[in-house]
Design a protein around this ligand. Sequence first.
Ligand SMILES: NC(=O)c1ccc[n+]([C@@H]2O[C@H](COP(=O)([O-])OP(=O)(O)OC[C@H]3O[C@@H](n4cnc5c(N)ncnc54)[C@H](O)[C@@H]3O)[C@@H](O)[C@H]2O)c1
Length: 408
Amino acid sequence: MNTSDERIARGQRKIDWAVSRMDLLNMLRDEFRNERPFAGHRIGMSIHLEAKTACLAILLRDGGAEVFITGSNPLSTQDDIALALAGEAGISVHARHGVSEDEYVEHLREVLAAKPDLILDDGGDLVRLLHEGDTEGVIGGCEETTTGVDRLRRLDREDLLRFPMFAVNDAKMKYLFDNRYGTGQSVWDGIIRSTNLLVAGKEVLVVGYGWCGRGIAMRAQGLGARVSVCEIDPVKAVEAVMDGFTVAPLVEAIGTADLLITVTGCCDVVTKEALRNANDGLILSNAGHFDVEIDKPALEELAVSTRTVREGICEFTFDDGRRVYLLGDGRLVNLVLADGHPVEIMDISFALQALTLRHIAASGKLSPALYAVPTEVDQRVAWMKLTALGIEIDSLTKAQQAYLGLAP
Ligand SMILES: NC(=O)c1ccc[n+]([C@@H]2O[C@H](COP(=O)([O-])OP(=O)(O)OC[C@H]3O[C@@H](n4cnc5c(N)ncnc54)[C@H](O)[C@@H]3O)[C@@H](O)[C@H]2O)c1
């Protein structure tokens, strides 16, 4: 076997492993093969290109679509997966690990050049680019993550959205599990894999106590860390205190932290001022969608020297001898230095994506707006997950429904 064949075989094994554990997508496969809900449709996808995403692309193809796929971050594409997926009929892959910003945009353009009528976006780059050109023929699309939904909300508010988009991130079966338990586990996977360090006994600082931050803090506590939280929302700050964490301003908390994770979806979170106060040996990482949370130029400015100390870890030495480390170039640590969320989590998120895309294809012409995932889709995914887990639950009797004032 030559090197390319070996990489394809490795990618295929990763895809096979993922699909063997994606119960919900497997349930949908037979349904989609019979019904072919995407026959005649072209789906343009921009999403972290790794094994679970490949399984989703194959499912959509099995549902009759022609699929055009690229990554949603220059460093999260796994080349072995991209190569293996490119061998699938009906799927066209435009992605490579480590592309420049220009190449990244070029790949998005290549997907759009195929004139997809259904869009699956993760972070909003594909939809933004689409809005710079012709949106004729686009029926609608789905957005996977918080930052992408925030960008869509802005477009919608300003009446600039030119086709319907569905906020998959905001479905209960998404954020309660993907953002909380998915990010909660996979961020630690990325940090532990790349550093090979112990978490127990360390001071962990989680910046942003939203759905992802809650999961990251919860799992840090489980690993034996002392956990602090920084927030700008007073309610979330109180919640973090009640959950047992120390809450403090960033410039203060960074002075004693061993590991810091930003996960806010906001820019300029770890500033030069804060970095000046960093604890010696601090390891910085980001789990928010874009690499704008940690001020990388400020790190360069403060450093008298920099070097790569281990794959994915850059050391910055300050003039007083303190050293600070940045993981994965400040990009999504769980996708750049690990495989992203656990398989079972993406199985749930991608079942939502697949069923929402089917809903859009079946709905025909909806007006341009930001839509919630239909409750029936959210509930169906929850029932499917319970079935996969072999768990039954109780249901209301007629008398209980009447007592609660619910329609029978
Ligand atoms: N790494 C991943 O795999 C992954 C998965 C899901 C979401 N995300 C991304 O993570 C980010 C957060 O997502 P979420 O679902 O937790 O969002 P969220 O809206 O639930 O939480 C964000 C939190 O950050 C706080 N915040 C905002 N600006 C802040 C600042 N300057 N300082 C301190 N706190 C601040 C907000 O008050 C909020 O509580 C988004 O960019 C999202 O796209 C990443």
